[in-house]
Design a protein around this ligand. Structure first.
Ligand code: NAP
Length: 246
């Protein structure tokens, strides 16, 4: 039997790259989606191939309906199956008061973080329905669960991802499709590269497990939710935050 196939959006860097790598390590064939970081996406594929796995890099802006649909159909045409979709691609705004958020920032954020979940999921659902199975994992944030000061727009977008995931779990469950959401805490990736060492220290101190998260920490949770190990788990919101939000 052929290996299960997963698409990971935004897999050129950070959490998406770690997730693609971990899926590859566990025997999945992986479509490594990226928007601009072509070199890094290629590097992720080479690492998976070095582990004996199969991976291809696929460019596509998931905030655009045609490109998201093309990403899904490319995977299905190439491998003849699709088993899991990880909607990880996302952006954040600099921390700022809501009154300073421009129209353009608001729309760009919602395009990447909310449209970028809706479009690939909508395109993948008919394949999952036909197969009568499939796993969708969305990547939200602890701020989507509890809201963050100076993170209002990001919190709103990530809150939308949580509600989307819960509602779709109810709608798609009878078709054998599971939908779960992972909410990372502070994870050391490019997204947080702007934080000063003293800010990182303060966040570490606030975290019950007394450390910051790694992309690999989140990747393992995502892989669990993609796999048959979580076959009776759907509609759940799994925090991967060292206890920062309980
Ligand atoms: P990152 O290191 O900045 O990487 C973001 C990834 O998303 C890149 O691969 C980027 O691709 C891709 N991307 C962005 N917009 C895209 C689009 N429109 N279409 C396709 N790909 C797109 O971010 P990260 O920290 O790994 O975050 C990954 C996810 O976790 C995001 O949804 C983020 O909101 C969430 N999250 C992160 C943290 C954290 O502390 N890091 C905490 C909570 C939640 P290119 O490089 O090719 O542009």
């Amino acid at each position: 039997m052929s290996a299960p196939v997963a698409i990971v959006t935004g897999a050129s860097r950070g959490i998406g790259a770690a997730t693609a790598l971990e899926l590859g390590r566990r025997g999945w064939s992986v479509i490594v989606n990226y928007k601009t970081s072509r070199e890094q996406a290629g590097e992720v594929c080479r690492k998976i191939q070095a582990l004996g796995g199969e991976a291809i890099a696929a460019q596509g802006d998931v905030s655009l309906p045609e490109e998201a649909a093309q990403l899904i159909s490319q995977a299905v045409e190439l491998y003849g199956r699709l088993d899991a979709l990880v909607c990880n691609a996302g952006i954040a705004l600099p921390q700022m008061l809501l009154t300073d958020v421009t129209d353009r920032q608001w729309h760009e954020l919602f395009a990447a973080d909310v449209d970028g979940v809706f479009y690939p999921v909508r395109a993948a659902l008919p394949h999952f329905v036909r197969a009568k199975k499939g796993a969708i994992v969305t990547v939200s944030s602890m701020w989507g669960q509890v809201g963050g000061s100076c993170e209002v727009a990001y919190s709103a977008a990530k809150g939308a991802v949580i509600a989307f995931s819960k509602a779709l779990a109810k709608e798609a469950g009878p078709s054998g499709i599971r939908v779960n959401c992972v909410c990372p805490g502070l994870i050391q990736t490019d997204m947080n590269a702007h934080l000063a060492p003293e800010d990182l220290d303060a966040l570490r101190e606030e975290t019950p497990l007394a450390r910051l998260g790694t992309a690999a920490d989140v990747a393992r949770a995502v892989c669990f939710l993609c796999s048959e190990e979580s076959s009776f788990v759907t509609g759940q919101v799994l925090g991967v935050n060292g206890g920062m939000v309980i």
